[in-house]
Design a protein around this ligand. Structure first.
Ligand SMILES: Cc1ncc(COP(=O)(O)O)c(C=O)c1O
Length: 379
């Protein structure tokens, strides 16, 4: 297969071979159901227990606070819908730049009697913690830790401090922060936090809601009462084992992530020299993400041409690429729709090298020249 250089690590990451090794036994000989009482079941249960400890240790939580889910989407839905179902309909606040798997459940609640406050962001996609409504009806807040499009880090610790003072539940979607910055459940002080395995070298289909036990949640799935009754369904043992192993390797990933700042700096200085507008360039960001546009150049077209030139990058948010609307994140930042349609995201990973980045820059130069020549002929 033609294998373009992969620059889309915010969409998903390649499975670390060490993670695959840890998973393989649970896809063959050790196939037991963790609820079974016999040896096969006990082996699966022991593997889940170990993974729970590895995940908890990676994020500074207690193993009993880890609720395994099928991924970030489910964990976000579990918190937003599950916490709301245990409260009288009142006021819920989320930021304008949340992933659709927080945005849409919140919009559903707004149709069921909840009042929804969407917190605005500044031109760098940053939420102002002082914009939280002072209304005593505020019961739930969800603000992401790092934005998937721009990489902007949000002031979640400050929001969590207000939550503890004022008595509302505070959740953060840390899917894009894990493995890129240190993420510690206790230090952040939130009541709930979402993480996902496939963004950190783990498999797709495993994630977790880290949950303070004081928060009452109505499960999304009723059944056999797995995961302390919060998530019924036979556990995906191999994927959860892989998630645990990926968490065990997290420090390595984190050390490399810090070095990526230098590589991104080189990329962005070249992009600026080519006339790109770099979004959220002034914000504190995760080090792997660069989000930019060239005026008059369509992002989808650029992504297609770069793919054929051997570079896999994203236009807008990968999770909503089927949606032709310009990014809601850029709209919230006040970016004009014409420029937003040009948005391209490069997200580096542990294996990204300077050679790869220089290759991408060269491919971009050639592609831009071609597209600009076409545009001037058409004008
Ligand atoms: C910020 C954020 N939250 C949640 C998700 C969804 O996670 P999952 O793919 O595990 O469902 C994503 C996926 O891109 C994401 O970027």
């Amino acid at each position: 297969m033609f294998a373009p250089v992969y620059f889309d690590h915010n969409a998903t990451t390649p499975l670390d071979p060490r993670v695959l090794d840890a998973m393989l036994p649970y896809l063959s000989g050790q196939f037991g159901n963790a609820s079974s009482r016999h040896e096969y079941g006990r082996a699966a249960r022991a593997a889940l227990d170990e993974a729970r400890q590895q995940v908890a240790a990676a994020v500074g939580a207690h193993p009993t606070e880890v609720v395994f889910t099928s991924g970030g989407t489910e964990a976000n839905n579990l918190f937003v819908k599950g916490a709301a179902a245990c409260l009288p309909a009142s006021l819920l606040a989320i930021s304008a730049v949340e992933h659709p798997c927080v945005l849409k459940p919140a919009q559903q609640l707004a149709q069921q009697g909840w009042q929804l406050k969407v917190l605005p962001v500044d031109a760098e996609a940053r939420v102002d913690p002082n914009a939280l409504p002072v209304d005593a009806a505020l019961r739930l807040v969800s603000v992401m830790l790092a934005n998937n499009e721009t990489g902007t880090l949000e002031p979640v610790g400050e929001i969590a401090a207000q939550a503890r003072q004022r008595g509302f539940w505070c959740h953060t979607d840390a899917v894009q922060a894990l493995g890129k910055v240190a993420v510690d459940f206790r230090t952040l002080g939130v009541h709930a936090m979402t993480i996902s395995a496939h963004k950190i070298g783990g498999p797709k289909g495993a994630g977790a809601l880290i949950l303070d036990k004081r928060v009452e949640l109505m499960p999304l799935l009723a059944g056999g009462g797995h995961e302390r009754g919060l998530r019924s369904g036979t556990e995906n043992v191999a994927a959860i084992v892989g998630f645990g192993r990926a968490c065990e390797l997290l420090n390595e990933r984190l050390a490399r992530a810090r070095e990526l700042a230098n590589l991104r700096g080189q990329l962005e200085s070249q992009l600026s020299a080519m006339g790109a507008v770099i979004f959220a360039a002034g914000a504190e960001r995760v080090a792997n993400t660069s989000y930019f546009a060239f005026a008059g150049i369509d992002g989808e077209t650029l992504v297609g041409k770069l793919d054929r030139a051997g570079y896999a990058v994203a236009s807008g948010a990968a999770c909503s690429s089927a949606n032709p609307e310009p990014s809601h994140v850029l709209a919230a930042m006040g970016v004009e729709p014409g420029l937003a349609r040009g948005a391209v995201r490069v997200s580096l990973g542990p294996q990204s090298s300077q050679t790869d980045v220089l290759g991408l820059v060269a491919a971009l130069k050639t592609t831009l020249q071609g597209l600009r020549r076409l545009a001037s002929l058409a004008a």
